[in-house]
Design a binder for this molecule. Structure first.
Ligand code: FAD
Length: 392
């Protein structure tokens, strides 16, 4: 695929959707486009969390159906196998946000480990993603970020437990040869995430990357961190795995900074974020011999920029070195056209109990309703395909 490639072939983009599914997707996106309806949906989902209100059926059959792969692992595996028939890989994402107890963190670890083993056995070549906040409380992780990794943390029993959970996950991933993406979350926890992930990468990323860190390129410090990672990994002799995203928590980061009287860690404009993202893509692909990268975006321009860099730096083994990924339910034009043109492309596939998936669903709904988001293009593409198939 060259830079002028057609990543808008809608027949390819939606060939995995039946007419009924296509129509359903179109109507849900139309609802998300409408701010009042979105507010109602957000209130209903919040109602499920706070007051246990009986709206699960409604959520399950609308946004959950669109953005999640199912309520249990078997439903998720059936989606993985279905996507495989279109040469699209999956990133299995067990959604369990907002847990607080040690027991829940141990259970999450067990579930993730079992998922890695099952992927390795039944669907090799697919991936898993994790959130460190599912293995320890965000409050503790936030406190950790202010401490010195070697001096204060390594000797603390609570931190030791977290490291053992992480090590069990990464060790199983290495034995099963299943790549693990460690998601980025709030900036206040990122310093400790970076140190933990670097430790795991040094241990397990010997010939290629098994463990990937996530860099949110809306953060002003991430280009500097990327360059640090490049030098540090060379010195310590491991292959860094880098997943590039723009970042999902712009408003929250700004509000937190304002509350604490600090400067926002996020760039002030979308253009600055776009420039930083594209520069990071260029750096990672220029240095492809030293690093493995995942370009996780719905942005067409950044995707074409990555393809351009693959050609420019003559990355003939791009299928093993460069991965593309989109969230389930979004930007099928990119995922399916990339895979049909020989690129390594995947869908992030969240699954789990509806209640625990709600923060994820709210993020997706809000992202898709923002004016500068991709929803308008998404609706236009869906309508065009409905017209092409002569259904309305
Ligand atoms: C496979 C995959 C995995 C992901 N994993 C994570 C993860 O681990 N952690 C995480 O935080 N997010 C994650 N995301 C979400 C991601 O960070 C973005 O929120 C989302 O993909 C939208 O950005 P975009 O690159 O697709 O495209 P676009 O729609 O072009 O960009 C939207 C993004 O631009 C940035 N932006 C918008 N307005 C402004 C502004 N005024 N100033 C500064 N920046 C602005 C924001 O980051 C916003 O999300 C993931 C996304 C994908 C596709």
């Amino acid at each position: 695929m060259k830079n002028n490639a057609n990543i808008e072939d809608l027949k390819i983009a939606y060939r995995y959707k039946s007419n009924r599914d296509l129509k359903f997707t179109y109507y849900i996106f139309k609802i998300l486009q409408h701010p009042n309806l979105l507010n109602i949906l957000t209130s209903l989902t919040n109602g499920i969390i706070k007051y246990n209100l009986p709206f699960k059926f409604l959520v399950k059959n609308t946004v959950f159906k669109l953005f999640c792969a199912g309520v249990n692992i078997d439903e998720a595996f059936s989606k993985i196998n279905y996507l495989k028939t279109f040469k699209v890989k999956s990133v299995l994402d067990y959604v369990s946000e907002g847990e607080k107890s040690d027991e829940a963190f141990d259970n999450n670890t067990k579930t993730i480990v079992a998922n890695i083993i099952r992927i390795g056995k039944e669907c090799p070549g697919n991936y898993v993603s994790i959130k460190i906040s599912g293995l320890e409380s965000p409050e503790y992780l936030t406190n950790c970020s202010g401490m010195e990794f070697n001096k204060d943390l390594i000797t603390s029993p609570k931190f030791d437990k977290l490291m053992r959970r992480m090590d069990l996950i990464c060790n199983t991933a290495c034995t099963s040869q299943v790549v693990v993406f460690i998601d980025a979350e709030d900036r206040c926890m990122q310093d400790v995430f970076d140190r933990i992930t670097e430790t795991m990468m040094e241990k397990y990323n010997k010939e290629h990357a098994i463990v990937f860190n996530t860099l949110q390129m809306y953060l002003k410090d991430r280009l500097t961190y990327l360059n640090f990672l490049l030098h540090d990994s060379e010195r310590k002799n491991y292959v860094p795995g880098i997943k590039l995203v723009r970042g999902a928590y712009v408003e929250k980061e700004r509000e937190n900074a304002l509350k604490e009287g600090k400067l926002s860690p996020v760039y002030d404009t979308k253009k600055e974020t776009d420039d930083a993202f594209n520069e990071a893509v260029e750096i990672c692909l220029r240095e492809h011999k030293k690093i493995d990268v995942c370009i996780a975006t719905h942005n067409t321009e950044s995707t074409l920029h990555a393809i351009n860099c693959i050609n420019k730096y003559n990355i003939t083994d791009h299928y093993t070195k460069v991965r593309f990924s989109q969230l389930y339910g979004m930007s099928d034009n990119l995922t399916f056209n990339l895979s049909s043109n020989g690129y390594n492309s995947s869908k992030y596939l969240p699954y789990g109990e509806i209640k625990k998936a709600i923060p994820y669903l709210i993020r997706r709904s809000e992202e898709n309703s923002s004016i500068d988001g991709q929803i308008i293009d998404e609706v236009v593409r869906l309508k065009k395909e409905l017209d092409r198939r002569k259904i309305c």
